[in-house]
Structure formats: structure tokens, C-alpha cells
Design a protein around this ligand. Structure first.
Ligand code: SF4
Length: 344
């Protein structure tokens, strides 16, 4: 039986009208599935009983299954979720002051090859379908109260799977009440697709993962830099149609001895001159698979102060959930086969 969440609205309309029901019943169905998050056709009381019976005879409603949940001392929960073909992805539930942030995956693996990322070691296994991206939200919303923000910063490069990511954002926006202002897309800088994404969703928040202030080091650690070098990224940041209030974010992961000197801070400040950005500094989350180290907190603070002195808004993002492998791909890549799903 097909998972009904994989139907587009148009497909749902086609099926429902071919069964002799009016087209608007597809809208009612979507409200039940996404707005009210119903898991049971029989509870969809404003659909005719005969339609509910037909739907439950031909479709099931299934969210990604929970393989594992790890909870850190700070309350961050990392979910390993299984997809219908047996692949697994990570989603992270992060408690913040006044709201919750969901960090979602967009691909199984990734082909960008960043040399500090556990997900990169898998290569790209496949793109997530749009309903699998929405499915992560539906799963994480269970038991969540209050305001939720979404960051597309989990496994995968969202712009390398834009078609599905765009459809998922459409469902989140149209049926689940998420303004694109509450959704942040994090990219290594696939610039032509980034421009397209902002044409489609002008209010989408954007974060560019820069990490190195020059081409030599960035290319060494982030091969995508060969195609979209630092200068092109900065030029694009200057041109993006983003209002001052909604500034783009530049993410800069700090690695001990690689990019964390005061000279690097000066170079970054100079590079970003003329852009309207805020800077997120992220001390590296150490991982056994890589030799890179996290700088001491004093170095991080000095780096941040050097940028602030130049007038930038700087936020230091100490990784939440360190002890549960909360950095992208760490849980998935260490996951052993044979783990059993929990829930349904
Ligand atoms: S850091 Fe992001 S873009 Fe780079 S390999 Fe990892 S998942 Fe892909």
C-alpha cells in the first residue's frame, strides 16, 4: 500500500475526482494530513465515510520510523529515522530559549566531499523525496509544543536536491503554517540554485558555510570551492535580495590551528566588508574519523571579539548535544545495521 504522504496535491485531486468525489476533498484530506496531523483516515470526519474507507483500503499514513533517539544533557535529541527503503537519516530536536529548532536532513549522504564531515564519508546514496523531508517534521512535531524553527543543516546539501526541498518547503508553508522566515537553508554555496531558491521563496533565511577566508584552504577542505570560489560567494552575498533585518548568515567552523588565528579573523573581516551578514562561529565538533581539533574556548572568544571590533554581529554556536554525536552525519555513519525501529 502506498504511503499517502507521497501524493502531491495534484495527484490527490486526480485520484479523488476519478473516484467520483469533488476536487475540494483533496484540500480537506491535506488539512487532515498536514495541518491536523491525523494518522487515521477514520478520524477525518469531514470526508464522506465512503471516501475514508476507500482511502484506508488503498493507502497508509506513515512517518519515518524511529531507529534510535539519543538525548544529551542539554535536552538536545538526535533521531535516527528509517526510510521506506531501509536507508536512515538524522534529524535533531534542539530546545532553545522560547522555541524549538528542528535540524533536518535533505539527502542520504552527500557528494560535496567536505573534509571534516562524517556525512561526506558516505558519498551520496540518494536524494530524499519531499515527503521524507516533511516526514521528519511530522515525526519531530510529536510531543513538541510552541514555536518551531527549521534549519536545513542536517545530512546533505539542500541545494543539491532543490526540487524536493522546494516542494517540502511548499508543504510546510501552505499546509503546516511555517513561514519561510522560520526556515533556514544552509549551503556550501551552490550559487545559481541559491538565487533560484530565493526567487521561489524570497523570505527564506540563508546561511552560507564559508569556513575559510581564502580559496587555497577552502578548496582543500571543501572541493566545491573549485566551482564556486570565495570571491563568487561574496559577490553573490552582496547581490542577494535580502533585507537588512533578514541578513544572511555566514557560518565559520573553527578548527584548531587551521583557520582560527587572529590573522584569519582579520582576513574574514576584510573579505566580508560590504556584505550584510551576521557571522556564526561554530567551534568544531571533534569526531574520531578526522584528526581536526576544536580550538580552546579562549581562542574562539578572541576570534569573535576581533570580528566584533570590526562591527560584525557575531554569534558563537557551541555545538549542542556534543556527547550524542550531534554534528551532521556522525550518528548515521556510526549506526550499526540490525538496529530496530521504535514506534511507527
Ligand atoms: S558539510 Fe554539508 S555539504 Fe559538506 S559534505 Fe557535509 S553534508 Fe555535505
Amino acid at each position: 500500500m502506498r504511503n499517502i504522504l507521497s501524493l502531491t496535491k495534484e495527484e490527490a485531486e486526480e485520484i479523488i475526482t476519478s473516484w467520483g468525489y469533488p476536487r475540494y476533498q483533496a484540500s480537506n484530506l491535506f488539512k487532515w494530513l498536514y495541518t491536523k496531523r491525523s494518522r487515521d483516515f477514520s478520524s477525518m470526519t469531514d470526508l464522506p465515510k465512503s471516501l475514508r474507507e476507500r482511502l484506508s483500503g488503498e493507502f497508509r499514513i506513515e512517518y519515518p520510523r524511529v531507529l534510535q533517539v539519543s538525548e544529551a544533557k542539554d535536552g538536545t535529541k538526535k533521531y535516527l529515522l528509517s526510510l521506506e527503503d531501509g536507508e536512515a537519516v538524522e534529524s535533531v530536536w534542539i530546545p532553545e530559549r522560547g522555541h524549538t529548532t528542528f535540524c533536518l536532513s535533505t539527502q542520504v549522504g552527500c557528494r560535496m566531499g567536505c573534509r571534516f564531515c562524517a556525512t561526506a564519508t558516505m558519498g551520496l546514496r540518494r536524494n530524499l523525496y519531499w515527503w521524507e523531508i516533511v516526514g521528519q517534521v511530522l515525526r519531530l512535531l510529536e510531543g513538541t509544543e510552541g514555536r518551531v524553527n527549521i534549519v536545513l543543516m542536517g545530512m546533505g546539501e539542500p541545494l543539491d536536491n532543490w526540487e524536493n526541498v522546494s516542494r517540502a518547503i511548499g508543504i510546510l508553508k501552505d499546509w503546516m503554517g511555517f513561514s519561510p522566515r522560520r526556515i533556514t537553508l544552509s549551503t556550501v554555496g551552490l550559487l545559481p540554485i541559491l538565487r533560484r531558491a530565493l526567487e521561489e521563496f524570497p523570505n527564506l533565511r540563508v546561511a552560507v558555510s564559508l569556513n575559510f577566508p581564502d580559496d587555497e584552504r577552502r578548496t582543500k577542505f571543501m572541493p566545491v570551492n573549485k566551482k564556486y570560489p570565495v570571491g563568487e560567494i561574496i559577490k553573490t552575498l552582496k547581490e542577494l535580495p535580502i533585507s537588512r533585518r533578514e541578513r544572511a548568515t555566514v557560518e565559520y567552523v573553527l578548527f584548531k590551528g587551521l583557520n582560527d588565528s587572529l590573522r584569519d579573523a582579520e582576513a574574514l573581516a576584510l573579505l566580508l566588508k560590504g556584505t550584510k551578514v551576521k557571522i556564526n562561529l561554530i567551534p568544531y565538533n571533534e569526531n574520531q574519523a578526522f584528526p581536526w581539533k576544536r580550538p580552546p574556548d579562549e581562542m574562539v572568544e578572541e576570534f569573535a571579539s576581533a570580528l566584533r571590533r570590526k562591527g560584525y554581529s557575531v554569534f558563537v554556536r557551541y555545538s549542542k548535544g556534543n556527547e550524542i554525536k550531534a554534528a551532521c552525519g556522525q550518528l548515521r555513519t556510526s549506526w550499526g545495521k540490525g538496529s530496530q525501529p521504535q514506534g511507527n
